[in-house]
Design a protein around this ligand. Structure first.
Ligand code: NAP
Length: 288
């Protein structure tokens, strides 16, 4: 069993830290809004620390799951950031969806402290975190990864080292590119079906068994048809992720015309008041 800290008890971090505790690890938590950390401790046991630095002191592994690049820099390198408390030989595992650039920067900063850094963004959403069945895409060194993997598996169903620092984030970018295109295709299909006067549930039932079937169709098709958009991953987060993707594509020369267009469609959804709607709300701008 490992001595660990978890920084950031949001929608994802709160249940991920709970799974670490349930597997018998010794857990210290930190959350910017301290009341959430106190609530976590009252429900799960363990200990809350007042700063990332104090949370990180003496730990074998420090996990984080915060918002974006700036938030991540703040909880690691900022005043009272976790990197000031990392001991030599320890690991920092970051589950935030962030840029490959910040992953490489923190990998180097951790090395300066004699510690290791793994970028480890996740897929599977709130339900995946709550049920401990996330998919984790990692970047970093093999030795550090081998130590982290069994502990990560406390809240994951799949975990894989994809290459050097930044490779986990690059893999997550591909995940988001694929989701954007799939959701737009599904939204257009349902929108077309409504205009054609078909029974959408019957349509989805039959075509999901053929080549058009997808996780999005299975899990979101019916709710998109009903105009229900309260299933976790918010449009604001997706726009953050697509900005990271498009920035990386500018650097590596990849051509992502559909992704760039769908990013603008999500901007329209935001203008419709859909900031906190989930990503399946692309259909709302077609049906309005
Ligand atoms: P969330 O519910 O908004 O939680 C964000 C957490 O980060 C909160 O604990 C927040 O603290 C903390 N935080 C943010 N900025 C901070 C800062 N500058 N300093 C210290 N703490 C800070 O977000 P989430 O849904 O858990 O998502 C977290 C990450 O996972 C994001 O990168 C997201 O893209 C990614 N992700 C999310 C999902 C999903 O379905 N939600 C799926 C896959 C990946 P406070 O409580 O004080 O605000």
């Amino acid at each position: 069993m490992a001595k660990v800290a978890f920084l950031g008890l949001g929608v994802m971090g709160y249940p991920m830290a709970r799974h670490l505790m349930a597997k018998g690890h010794e857990v210290t938590v930190y959350n910017r809004t301290a009341a959430k950390a106190e609530k976590w401790v009252s429900e799960n046991g363990g200990r809350a620390a007042p700063t990332p630095r104090e949370a990180a002191e003496g730990q074998e592994i420090v996990f984080a799951c915060v918002g974006n690049d700036d938030d991540l820099r703040q909880v690691t390198l900022g005043a009272d950031g976790a990197f000031h408390g990392l001991k030599a030989g320890s690991l920092f595992v970051d589950h935030t969806t962030a840029s490959a650039e910040v992953a490489r920067e923190l990998y180097a900063a951790a090395q300066d402290k004699g510690a290791a850094f793994i970028d480890a963004p996740v897929s599977g959403g709130q339900a995946g975190a709550e049920n401990g069945v996330l998919t984790v895409m990692c970047g970093g060194d093999q030795g550090a990864y081998a130590k982290a993997e069994p502990v990560i598996m406390s809240f994951a169903r799949a975990c894989r080292l994809m290459g050097p620092a930044g490779s986990g984030q690059l893999t997550k970018m591909i995940n988001q590119i694929c989701i954007a295109g799939l959701v737009q295709g599904l939204a257009e299909g349902i929108h077309f079906g409504k205009r054609a006067g078909l029974d959408i549930e019957a349509v989805l039932d039959v075509i999901s068994k053929g080549a058009a079937g997808s996780w999005q169709m299975e899990n979101r098709g019916k709710t998109m048809n009903q105009g229900k958009f309260d299933f976790g991953f918010a449009v604001d987060w997706m726009r953050k992720d697509l900005a990271i993707v498009l920035d990386e594509a500018r650097k590596n020369g990849a051509s992502l015309p559909a992704t760039a267009m769908i990013d603008q469609f999500y901007a329209e959804v935001q203008k419709m008041g859909g900031n906190r709607w989930d990503t399946s709300s692309l259909i709302a701008r077609l049906d309005r």
